[in-house]
Design a protein around this ligand. Structure first.
Ligand code: NAD
Length: 478
């Protein structure tokens, strides 16, 4: 059924933005963006930059940097707070746009807005990290300061089309860099909206250039950029790093997050609800979605039925309704890929406990699978879909090793009251973050966030993000 919000008229084609201005922003025909829940409702159109624009993109990135690096810390903090104010003023329109472009349930889109505002304000409070440290070393006066790294190129995914762009934009502003954002092809309108708000907030050193991947690769190779900050899939991320030359690279990539339930640290129903939400909200299209559930053998009889019941209670359907947990996937191809993953697992001996089928052509039902092996794609690959595998274990050492037998290492969750086990897991698990008595699908924007192994390189998050956008210069005076 078509809803009011979904059929809202498409806005005029959006020009791309070069250094806060839209004057160069049209070429060729604009690209249509369709609502993923039916693939025919036109949400809007975006002009793409093409090869003819490379020179002007590079030039404006360099000029923007030369101008913006001279701003004071106070001015940067003011811009970040201005941007937060503007995001607040536009939160309703932006949340709706996120849902229309990505199919994200509206409540999650609204939450993304709240987080984005907090990230801007958080970085505003952090700009002071760019001040200097003074000390005496071997009888000399020493000053250690952080300097802006230079023009930043940011390439971003569709699943958090606002907050993950802001996790690159805000530290670039705080550090004194210019930024050129290449948004995901599915969600350019949200990034262009943000670009206009940032320019209005006083940050002219921003470009937002939707583009084909071939052009993006040329920008990645370009020596005009000092920094590549990429969020997306592992294959693309590591490839881009290999062609990025000597620029600094941050990669925020995929995962197959595990949650270990060693203790029922809360009532089994609420624990099961939390895990089901972590696995299935936004159709599992979150880099830290719960993909692998490990249950202590003795808890299986209590937890498994609760998990099935919690999964059954999730609301699948129209993402514009406030009680929907699982809406459409980003494309029909992703639905097909999800079905193939389940089919292949079944062929190899796995068993579907719940779901396994589609809700409609664009939407998968949440799916719980057991009797899997670590080698099956459903465990070993990032599914990025509403599928979670259920595994049992007897021995704590063994389950930690099984969790580590993965090319990925983004986050993990552990339910236990046992402090020794908490410490053992913290020392042993090869991940960027460990959540105790919570699911791994929790990200606190203030804290360092990122992965190890194939899941990435470097850290984002308000406390550490600016390190990636600055370099240290030491002054030594005899
Ligand atoms: P994706 O890798 O397909 O695309 C990400 C971006 O890279 C898009 O802008 C895309 O156009 C661009 N791109 C793709 N191929 C390219 C190429 N050859 N050259 C230059 N640019 C190219 O990812 P997606 O489907 O948009 O997002 C889902 C992925 O992102 C998942 O793997 C997910 O785990 C990951 N992700 C990671 C984090 C994190 O913080 N670790 C957060 C969100 C999403």
């Amino acid at each position: 059924m078509t809803t009011q919000s979904q059929t809202q008229a498409a806005s005029a084609a959006q020009p791309f933005i070069l250094q806060g201005s839209e004057r160069f922003g049209k070429s060729g025909s604009p690209h249509p963006i369709y609502y993923p829940g039916d693939a025919v409702t036109l949400i809007g159109e975006a002009y793409y930059a093409d090869d003819l624009h490379i020179e002007v993109i590079e030039k404006t990135a360099l000029q923007g940097f030369q101008n913006f690096r001279k701003t004071t810390l106070k001015e940067r903090a003011k811009i970040l707070n201005n941007l937060a104010d503007r995001l607040e003023a536009h939160q309703e329109a932006l949340a709706l746009l996120i849902t229309r472009e990505s199919g994200k349930p509206i409540t999650l889109s609204q939450r993304e807005l709240v987080r984005s505002v907090a990230v801007c304000r958080g970085y505003a409070a952090q700009v002071e990290r760019c001040t200097s440290t003074l000390m005496q070393v071997s009888g000399r006066e020493v000053r250690i300061s952080r300097f802006p790294i230079g023009p930043v190129l940011a390439i971003t995914p569709y699943n958090f089309p606002l907050n993950l762009v802001i996790h690159k934009l805000a530290p670039a502003i705080a550090a004194g860099c210019s930024i050129t954002i290449k948004p995901a092809p599915q969600t350019p309108l949200t990034a262009l909206y943000l670009g206009r708000l940032a320019a209005e907030a006083g940050y002219e050193a921003i470009s937002v250039v939707p583009a084909q991947n071939s052009l993006s690769e040329k920008l990645v190779r370009s020596s005009a950029f000092a920094k590549l900050s990429f969020t997306g899939s592992a294959g693309v991320g590591w490839h881009l790093r290999s062609i990025a030359g000597n620029k600094s690279v941050t990669l925020e990539l995929g995962g197959n997050a595990a949650v270990i339930v060693d203790d029922l640290t809360e009532p089994v129903e609420s624990l099961a609800q939390r895990i089901a939400l972590g696995a299935f909200s936004f159709a599992g299209q979150i880099c830290i979605s719960v993909q692998r559930i490990f249950i202590q053998e003795a808890l299986k009889d209590a937890l498994l039925p609760a998990l099935v019941s919690a999964t059954r209670q999730l609301k699948v359907g129209d993402p514009f309704k406030v009680d929907t947990d699982i809406g459409p996937m980003i494309s029909i191809q992703q639905v097909q890929r999800t079905r193939s993953l389940i089919k292949d697992a079944l062929k190899a001996g796995a068993n579907v406990i719940y779901g396994g089928n589609t809700f409609n052509a664009f939407t998968m039902n949440p799916t719980l699978v057991d009797r899997t092996t670590p080698e099956m794609a459903i465990n070993a690959q990032e599914v990025f879909a509403p599928i979670a595998t259920v595994n049992t274990y007897q021995n704590f050492d063994t389950v930690l090793n099984t969790v580590n037998k993965s090319r990925y290492g983004l986050q993990a969750g552990l339910y236990t009251q046992n402090t020794q086990k908490i410490e053992q897991a913290y020392q042993t698990l090869e991940v960027g973050g460990l959540l105790i008595n919570d699911i791994p699908t929790t990200r606190l924007d203030l804290l360092p966030y990122g992965g190890v192994k194939d899941s990435g390189l470097g850290r984002e998050g308000i406390l550490s993000g600016m390190d990636e956008y600055t370099y240290i210069k030491t002054l030594i005076q005899a």
